[in-house]
Design a protein around this ligand. Structure first.
Ligand code: GLU
Length: 433
């Protein structure tokens, strides 16, 4: 204990940087509460909490106007105990080391909850991809991948898309890593395009899983998904596929928002038409069969499913008392603050599907993609989505069972199962040397 105490002490500067981040504070608070519940011994507690490696690199690239700009990129490898690091890479102006570390912890728990043979990590580059050209984004991605080469590999660390990144980003990463290796290495990242050995079903997987777990939860509570009213915050990859899948279940998606605003239709937004509108205009705004509404205000309108699928900390102490949903389906990572959690738990009338379960369809299909790449074999979309649904369903049953048995909120139950899984693996492996 003393040795660990000293090491942490000498790392005070890093700890302080992390603890200054509100997002990390949130993950750390969640961890501390669950570790207390599990009565984790002090040594294991520290090992399970702090990341194994925090890598920060500067990424200099030439901008289109001839300037050289330096971007800061991070990769936090939270733990490798149960397998290769797994987790996305995001491009967003809010990216900093604290936020990425919190997201890395959540990836660890997500992979452990789903029993995937992975550790957890997250990466990010502080930039605004919406203001950058394709050429600039390509140079940024390739240079960051080069900087990461000593730290990644198909058995070491496998990245995937996240906010602000997509299939194209993964294609550039695959090409950069493969060029360096002298042969195609598809298993270096997941979320690749199909023509580079991506997996069928990966693009829609996260949203599909959100809709699937939400529909299961309604069903378990005695309601039907057919005709259920849903509000989806965020219309990027996760939000849009959540809405499309809910629509395929005959739910009515009555409200959606994106970064520019929100739209509403009491009778349900026609998803086929909205999909075409977004493809053409790049936004939900201006969609004919809808009225514009306030994106904050729709969060508190009456509905069966509220799915926050945008950034972290959108369900707060302020709006939590006014939510009027039956099920809160967390498509985003960390959408609910601890203060909001406390209010929702006290209210007791909202069923929360915590992020590490609700949005785990994405990393589950990433796992399938990695397996297919290692086997040089590919599965059909039906096989992929069927296996994903089976895994989500069994994780969901474990979480609700654990919550009931231990009288815990759904989030704490999910995190407790995950943290215990990691702690047990660490205990079995012991300390080296
Ligand atoms: N970025 C996604 C997440 O937060 C997917 C990660 C992955 O597929 O590795 O779960």
């Amino acid at each position: 204990m003393r040795a660990i105490g000293r090491r942490i002490h000498t790392n005070r500067a890093v700890k302080e940087i992390l603890l200054q981040s509100p997002v990390f504070q949130m993950a750390a608070k969640q961890f501390d509460e669950v570790a207390d519940f599990l009565d984790l011994d002090d040594r294991l507690r520290e090992r399970c909490k702090w990341p194994k490696r925090l890598i920060t690199v500067t990424v200099p690239i030439r901008m289109d106007d001839g300037r050289t700009e330096i971007f800061f990129g991070h990769r936090v490898q939270h733990h490798l105990t149960r397998g290769a690091i797994k987790g996305g890479l995001r491009y967003h102006p809010s990216v900093d080391l604290g936020e990425i570390t919190a997201l890395a912890l959540w990836m660890t728990w997500k992979c452990a909850l789903l029993n995937l043979p992975f550790g957890g990590g997250k990466g990010g580059i502080n930039c605004d991809p919406r203001t950058m050209s394709q050429g600039e984004l390509e140079r940024l991605t390739r240079r960051f991948t080069m900087e990461m080469i000593p730290f990644i590999g198909p058995e070491v660390d496998v990245m995937a898309p996240d906010m602000g990144t997509n299939e194209q980003t993964m294609a550039w990463m695959t090409d950069t890593y493969s060029t360096h290796s002298g042969h195609l290495v598809p298993s270096i990242v997941t979320g690749k395009p199909l023509n580079l050995q991506g997996s069928c079903g990966r693009t829609r997987a996260t949203g599909h899983g959100v809709a699937f777990t939400a529909s299961n939860s309604l069903h378990k509570r005695g309601y039907k998904v057919q005709g259920a009213k849903a509000i989806v915050q965020g219309f990027g990859n996760v939000g849009s596929h959540t809405a499309y899948t809910l629509d395929s279940y005959d739910a009515l998606v009555i409200g959606v928002s994106d970064v520019g605003g929100a739209i509403w239709n009491d009778k349900g937004l026609p998803m086929d038409k909205l999909r075409k509108h977004v493809q053409k205009h790049g936004t939900i705004l201006g969609f004919k069969e809808s009225e514009p509404v306030d994106p904050q205000e729709i969060l508190t309108r009456e509905c069966d499913i509220l799915a926050p699928c945008a950034i972290d900390r959108t369900i707060t102490g302020e709006n939590a008392p006014h939510l009027k949903c039956k099920v809160l389906a967390e498509g985003a990572n960390g959408p609910t603050t601890p203060e909001a959690d406390r209010i929702i738990n006290e209210r007791g009338d909202i069923f929360v599907i915590p992020d590490i379960l609700c949005n785990a369809g994405g990393v589950t299909v990433s796992y399938f993609e990695w397996v297919q790449n290692l086997q040089h074999y590919s599965w059909t979309e039906r096989e992929v989505l069927g296996k994903m649904e089976a895994m989500l369903q069994s994780a969901q049953a474990r979480v609700t069972g654990f919550a009931k048995k231990n009288k815990l909120p759904q989030r704490s139950a999910a995190q407790a199962i995950a943290i215990e899984t990691v702690a047990e693996a660490k205990s079995s492996r012991g300390l080296f040397p």
